[in-house]
Design a protein around this ligand. Structure first.
Ligand code: AMP
Length: 509
């Protein structure tokens, strides 16, 4: 048996040793040969520290190419990689570590003191990893365990073996550990390379975090499979992206990347002359952003839909129409259906219901939560995504929102996205979030939280009046609240739970 994912990612491919894999912000160039050597040194270090096949390696570190090599090293060593959002506090990390029981916890040097008791309590070994300053080698204890050279480590792992556990971002509830197998990740990477036409010629702007499926698996795995290269950035920075665009061919981003770049007058078709593909996902891209981007650059953003539990699920077509406000068609090999969540009836084109999917990308279940897994993942492989949506007559899928964000007001279903769409098209409005909060008569009352354009003053009654003849009365917001910005997590998702909590007492319940 080989190591299924390592083979799909073409680690150890001697034929591309000198080819460029990543250009780093400090000017260093990392070749595919370096990827092989460094990931192997990490793998050897893990094995040397006693990490066994199937052991979890939990990692909460700042983004660096070495951290990416630690991921690949963990795969080579047969371990289960478990990245953690850098925003989590030690208290939150304690929960994940207690739940996942990793053999090894790798953290930032500055967190070592706070996490030492957490590691001690679960018996995890603690090592640190910082970001290497150009002139320093003192960047974490894990580097002291790297052998200068090591004979190739490639622990055999089959398609079904676990490669990673990613905790869901928990925007609607408690985080759950999604178990992803070697083939979940390998099959998705291979499909995306084909669907999005990635080749060794590509140069991808990598400004996403690497604790999330988007930056860790989609962007990095696709580039490894295709043999292309990354323009590596520690985080999203509009100036750095503008500087890199003329020598890049592709970018993968969350919608906020695009809205921030749109505010920059250096963004022109000429700046994007070498680009062939802009991909957006992880949160809904406003149709307006899609149009503005096309006007500013000449490129239609390719929006796709995915989630921690299933990597990428649908994509707008590479060649066909990239339709704003939709997430395109199911990827090859992925089946998608929409069912009535109450009755289980299959719904027809245009009808809104719960999106369910099946395919080689669908995860193996939630870590240590067999009951939750059984609720959401049926024995025949259909996964209830928790997203409400609809399939159009021509197969294009539209996401209407998370099921848990659905508002039931006076017994009627209100889909926040529909109301948000109506508000967002009003003059003087940048965007909005529509939520349901406890209401004495209606159980839930519809509330719109609106971000007005800078300098625009909008009145609550004006917004209500503008909606009066556009949507049914039960969908109309009972209150409109103005804010400077919506609360978002690092992947650009609006934190509706936080909004609901903040406005819970609005109707005096
Ligand atoms: P995560 O597991 O953090 O990647 O979040 C997955 C969730 O993000 C999905 O279940 C959707 O609710 C949302 N999502 C991802 N991509 C899109 C998209 N293109 N449009 C709308 N929602 C999206």
């Amino acid at each position: 048996m080989t190591n299924h994912l390592a083979q799909a990612l073409r680690l150890m491919r001697a034929d591309r040793g000198d080819a460029l894999f990543a250009e780093l912000p400090d000017g260093r160039h990392v070749s595919f040969g370096d990827v092989d050597a460094l990931s192997n040194r990490f793998a050897a270090a893990l094995v040397g520290m006693g990490v066994k096949p199937g052991d979890r390696v939990a990692v909460q570190v700042d983004k660096s190419i070495e951290a990416l090599m630690l991921y690949l090293g963990a795969i080579r060593a047969g371990a289960v990689f478990l990245p953690l959002n850098t925003a989590y506090t030690p208290n939150e990390v304690a929960f994940f570590v207690g739940d996942a029981e990793p053999a090894l916890l790798v953290c930032r040097p500055a967190s070592a003191e706070a996490l030492a008791p957490v590691a001690a309590e679960t018996g995890a070994r603690l090592e640190t990893m910082g970001v290497r300053a150009a002139d320093s080698h003192d960047h974490g204890s894990i580097f002291e365990h790297l052998p200068d050279e090591a004979s190739p480590v490639m622990v055999p792992r089959g398609p079904e073996d676990l490669a990673a556990i990613l905790y869901t971002s928990g925007t609607t509830g408690r985080s759950k550990g999604a178990m992803l197998s070697h083939d979940n990740l390998a099959s998705n990477a291979l499909t995306l390379v084909d669907t999005w036409r990635f080749t060794a010629e590509d140069r991808l702007i990598h400004a996403l975090p690497i604790y999330h499926t988007h930056g860790l698996f989609v962007a990095s795995n696709v580039t490894l499979v295709a043999g292309g290269s990354l323009i590596w950035m520690p985080k999203f920075d509009a100036d750095a992206v503008i500087e890199a665009l003329p020598r890049a061919s592709a970018m993968m981003g969350v919608p906020t990347f695009y809205t921030r770049l749109l505010g920059d007058d250096r963004l022109t078709p000429d700046l994007c002359r070498a680009m062939r593909l802009f991909v957006a996902g992880s949160a809904p891209l406003l149709a307006e952003t899609h149009r503005q981007w096309q006007a500013a650059t000449g490129h239609a953003i390719l929006e796709r839909y995915g989630m921690t539990e299933a990597s990428m699920i649908t994509s707008n077509p590479y060649d066909g129409e990239r339709r704003a406000g939709t997430v395109g068609l199911p990827l090859p090999g992925v089946a998608l259906r929409v069912r009535n969540p109450e009755t289980g009836d299959l719904l027809g084109a245009g009808e809104i219901g719960m999106i369910e999917i099946r395919g080689p990308n669908v995860f193996q279940g939630y870590w240590k939560l067999p009951e939750k897994t059984a609720e959401e993942l049926s024995a025949d492989g259909w996964f209830v995504t928790g997203d409400l949506g609809t399939i159009g007559h021509d197969g294009y899928v539209q996401i209407v929102g998370r099921g848990k964000d659905l508002i039931i007001s006076g017994g009627f279903n209100v889909y926040p996205k529909e109301v948000e769409g109506e508000i967002d098209r009003l003059d003087g409005v940048i965007e909005s979030a529509v939520i349901g909060v406890p209401h004495p008569d209606f159980v839930e009352g519809v509330v719109a939280v609106v971000v007005p354009q800078h300098g625009a003053t909008r009145e609550e009654d004006e917004i209500k009046g503008a909606l009066a003849d556009r949507i049914a009365k039960f969908k109309q917001p009972k209150r409109v609240i103005f804010v400077d910005a919506l609360p978002r997590n690092t992947m650009g998702k609006v934190q509706k739970k936080a909004l609901r909590e903040a406005h819970a007492g609005l109707f005096g319940t």
